[in-house]
Design a protein around this ligand. Structure first.
Ligand code: GRF
Length: 197
């Protein structure tokens, strides 16, 4: 059985969608993998409680307790790899994980590190994607699941979903519409990638 580790910083609703998929045996695109751990860089991330309630091991690697980015990433890598019998999980999923990772970290998980980003990449990498889409007058917004490379919010695209931008939308209403699609495409993209591994 392949092992997955999920990294979060906040609510963890994408993480919860993947946990549901992993635990739902008759799901059409079932993962055929076990979520071995959920790790947060923030001790107060709400997703930690959700994961615990689902019976998943959790850990906190607090970035504020480390001198620099390299030291934090080394500690995070050690914590992630501890949760796989082979010493490196099949997949490491960033799910609202709000840290920029070092090239060394990305190279260590080359081909097994995925992210979900709330825009139709390559449009709007970085933060405040929904407000930026509104400011530009976009008629479509959406989300992207992609391989993680050393360049922020770049890397091969595995899945996308688009939603309409509606009159009167705010960044919050648009974010909520996009998020419902994120919960569909992330587990599906993970399942497809696991099947091809
Ligand atoms: C999502 O919109 C995701 O695309 C972005 O951060 C948000 C995290 O939400 N990277 P959640 O923690 O999964 O609920």
């Amino acid at each position: 059985m392949k092992h997955i580790v999920i990294l979060i910083s906040g609510t963890g609703s994408n993480m919860a969608a993947i946990l549901r998929a992993a635990q739902q045996q008759d799901w059409a695109g079932r993962l055929g993998a076990r979520v071995a751990a959920v790790i947060s860089n923030r001790p107060d991330a709400g997703g930690l409680r959700t994961a615990q309630a689902a019976g998943i091991a959790t850990a906190v690697v607090d970035h504020r307790a480390h001198a620099d980015r390299a030291a934090f990433d080394a500690a995070l890598m050690a914590e992630i790899d501890r949760h796989d019998p082979q010493g490196r999980p099949a997949l490491v999923l960033l799910a609202g994980f709000m840290r920029i990772l070092t090239p060394g970290f990305v190279a260590h998980y080359a081909g097994r590190l995925l992210n979900i980003h709330p825009s139709l990449l390559p449009a709007f990498p970085g933060l405040h994607t929904h407000q930026r889409a509104l400011d530009e007058g976009c008629k479509l917004a959406g989300a992207t699941v992609h391989q993680v490379t050393a360049e922020l919010d770049h890397g091969h695209i595995l899945a996308q979903a688009a939603v309409p931008v509606l009159p009167g939308d705010t960044a919050d209403t648009l974010a909520a519409r996009v998020l419902t699609q994120e919960h569909l495409i992330y587990p599906r993209a993970v399942a497809e990638l696991l099947r091809s591994m």
